[in-house]
Ligand binder design. Structure first.
Ligand SMILES: [Zn+2]
Length: 285
């Protein structure tokens, strides 16, 4: 379908050669703008149209997928700049596997510099890295979308506010030995989150339970409701077979987006809910 539309730019485009042809057109844009190849007006216009077209078709989606930063390995530049009081998006849409078609799954938004570099690059290793980046971005995007309609009590902001004020003295003498964490996270398979969660639960669990109980009594949060909400997020991510690491990060990310509190405190909250059994079931395999 796209091949038919692309005929406007180049009459020799077919479904089979579209990837190659489009890459050719895009390379031409870069070479022309770098002064490498003199082009006739018509060819330049076609290339410019194609770039605009790709952006207008998939730009918003692909830009959203990057969260506004160039995903090219080792780059990380911001893809938006403030200019005369307005945010302007500065990015290009690139084809990842140049032998394949123009599906969104094969397109990636990146900064103009990386875009130019990659167009002139035929390194297969780099292409594999980019495919991997794309897979991670899509998986994260999917999770964000999955959790979007699930409610989370605003009272969680108050809980995190109180957690952030806890000092070493407050935590002293209130530590817990969370043996059960081993039933939900394997120290061998998920070492990093096991160590993280185990540490947070040991230090914070009892204090957080106290904070939650007090806020619940004062009617500032509905503790049962909050447990159900966190459990609903877990169930949704588990259903689409996200890994334990992904599930942990995505719930942390969502709490962070809702509360705008530091991620570390959001991790402490999710660790609490792991110990209290809303997140993760006992390992059965
Ligand atoms: Zn870049």
């Amino acid at each position: 379908m796209f091949a038919a539309e692309m005929k406007a730019y180049d009459a020799t485009i077919t479904a089979d050669n579209i990837g190659e042809k489009v890459t050719g057109l895009l390379v031409g844009i870069i070479q022309t703008s770098a002064g490498l190849v003199p082009k006739n007006e018509l060819a330049i216009q076609r290339q410019a149209h194609l770039a605009v077209d790709l952006k207008s078709k998939y730009g918003d989606y692909l830009f959203g997928e990057t969260s506004g930063y160039c995903p090219f390995p080792g780059c990380g530049r911001e893809l938006g700049v403030m200019s005369t009081g307005r945010v302007q998006r500065v990015y290009e849409v690139g084809l990842i596997d140049k032998s394949k078609g123009l599906e969104p799954s094969n397109l990636l938004a990146m900064c103009p510099q990386c875009h130019a570099t990659y167009l002139l690059d035929s390194n297969k290793k780099l292409m594999k890295e980019l495919l991997n980046v794309k897979r991670m971005l899509s998986a994260h995007h999917q999770s964000v979308h999955l959790l979007d309609d699930l409610p989370l009590e605003k009272g969680i902001i108050g809980v995190i506010g109180k957690i952030s004020k806890l000092g070493e003295k407050d935590l002293e003498g209130a530590s817990l030995d969370p043996k059960e964490i081993k039933q939900k996270l394997s120290p061998a398979k998920d070492a990093a989150i096991y160590i993280l969660v185990n540490g947070y639960v040991t230090a914070y669990f009892l204090k957080i339970r106290e904070i939650m109980t007090n806020l619940d009594k004062r009617g500032e949060i509905d503790y049962d409701e909050m447990q159900d909400q966190i459990h609903a997020m877990y169930k949704r991510l588990k259903k689409v077979h996200k890994s334990r690491m992904e599930i942990f990060n995505e719930i942390v990310g969502r709490i962070h987006r809702i509360t705008l509190q530091d991620e570390v405190y959001c991790q402490i909250v999710v660790s609490y809910f792991i110990q209290s059994c809303e997140v993760f079931d006992a390992i059965t395999e």
